[in-house]
Design a binder for this molecule. Structure first.
Ligand SMILES: *Cc1c(COP(=O)(O)O)cnc(C)c1O
Length: 371
């Protein structure tokens, strides 16, 4: 098997548990002969995920979690369970990973793209309220965690109470930065590139046990637990026991991964201090993610990117220039997007992962600063 280039020069390096860590769970699969269909490892993983989050939120709450086959399906199922069936549009930020927009379409709705807040890089209740005159009675709003950053649930509960418009959260990359959970469903990705990875997988969490039960049912042919009667229309969006085995090991090792990434972020922040390079609020201080973005001054962006290319250093616009710039969504409804157009252009993902060395961070920071 060909070894890839040095990990040092990659923009993101996924880290999943090693064989040794997964082995005890795999041995239990050998014993039980249960390979899927909400087996014992999946049930344990759902409980452990909920427990992990319960230990990190204020105010305290009882959380229920269910797993699904990926983060995009998590959003689709949350929309099908929560959004108003008699309305057409789902409001969501134009600045998000394109999966959010696909989930809207696949759930049977049309996206209505909104502009984002310049600091937070996502929508606020104020932005949605201001857009309601342009999109009457949306079926739901999707709030997206900006690159794994925390989202504020209290303002959105109040928004839903006052407007009657259901809210769901795309917290795909935010599992370690969730600080509050409400009844409004939060959709998580367990993709290899996310903080708790299983390869391909997802989860939905909420304090509303009935909502989670409906989503679990829709993910398994609409069957109620212990019956083979389809109560509602669904599909097969389950997680296998093998994936749950990796999930349990991933959860056991997440604290170590988080602390390593905090260290790397701190070194970047030190190297960039005093330079006109912005980070997302609290990044590397209050929260961390698998990706690291810097927000550059518009006039410098092209020069920085050319210089990175010349040094063969990888960079990414993880969320491209906005969903509306993709051909598949070019004709979707939207408001004016002046902030999205600026922040999407200026926000650049730099190499960031647990393997990156202090020397490499210093070199990359120097190259960006000098450009
Ligand atoms: C990763 C991600 C998704 C998609 O998750 P998958 O598990 O890859 O389907 C959706 N939204 C955001 C914001 C993401 O970062």
């Amino acid at each position: 098997m060909a070894e890839t280039n040095s990990l040092q020069t990659q923009v993101l390096v996924p880290v999943l548990p090693t064989l040794e860590m997964i082995r005890p769970y795999l041995e239990s699969i050998d014993r039980t002969h249960i390979y899927s269909n909400d087996g014992p490892l999946n049930r344990l993983f759902c409980l452990e995920l909920a427990k992990y989050l319960e230990g990190r939120i204020t105010p305290p709450a009882t959380i229920v979690a269910t797993t699904v086959s990926n983060g995009t399906i998590a959003i689709e199922l949350a929309l099908k369970a929560s959004a108003k069936r008699d309305a057409r549009y789902i409001m969501l930020p134009a600045y998000t990973f394109i999966a959010t927009a696909h989930a809207v379409k696949n759930a049977g709705f049309e996206p209505f793209f909104l502009d984002v807040d310049e600091e937070l890089l996502t929508i606020t209740p104020e932005i949605v309220r201001a857009a309601l005159s342009e999109c009457d009675a949306p079926a739901a709003v999707i709030v997206v965690s900006p690159f794994g950053g925390p989202v504020q649930t209290s303002g959105w509960e109040q928004f839903e109470d006052e407007t009657g418009i259901p809210v769901i959260f795309d917290c795909a990359a935010a599992i370690t930065s969730i600080r509050s959970v409400s009844r409004q469903p939060m959709c998580i990705s367990l993709h290899a590139t996310k903080m708790i990875g299983v390869g391909e997988g997802g989860a939905v969490i909420s304090t509303d046990a009935d909502l989670i039960a409906r989503i679990r049912q829709a993910a398994s042919f609409g069957f109620t637990p212990d019956s083979r009667i389809s109560e509602v229309v669904g599909g097969n969006y389950r997680l296998s026991e093998y994936a749950a085995a990796i999930g349990l090991s991933s959860l056991e090792s997440v604290d170590g991964k988080v602390s390593l990434l905090f260290d790397k972020a701190r070194i970047y922040r030190e190297n960039f201090s005093g330079n006109p390079v912005r980070f997302q609020p609290g990044f590397g201080q209050d929260w961390i993610a698998m990706t690291m973005n810097v927000i550059l001054e518009g006039a410098r962006v092209q020069r920085v990117l050319d210089t990175l290319d010349r040094h063969r250093l990888p960079w990414r616009r993880w969320w491209s220039l906005g969903c509306h710039t993709h051909p598949a969504f070019a004709n979707s409804a939207r408001t004016e997007l002046p902030v999205t157009e600026v922040v999407a252009y200026n926000t650049i993902g730099l190499p960031f992962h647990v393997e990156i060395s202090e020397q490499e961070i210093a070199r990359i920071s120097r190259i960006v600063t000098d450009a």
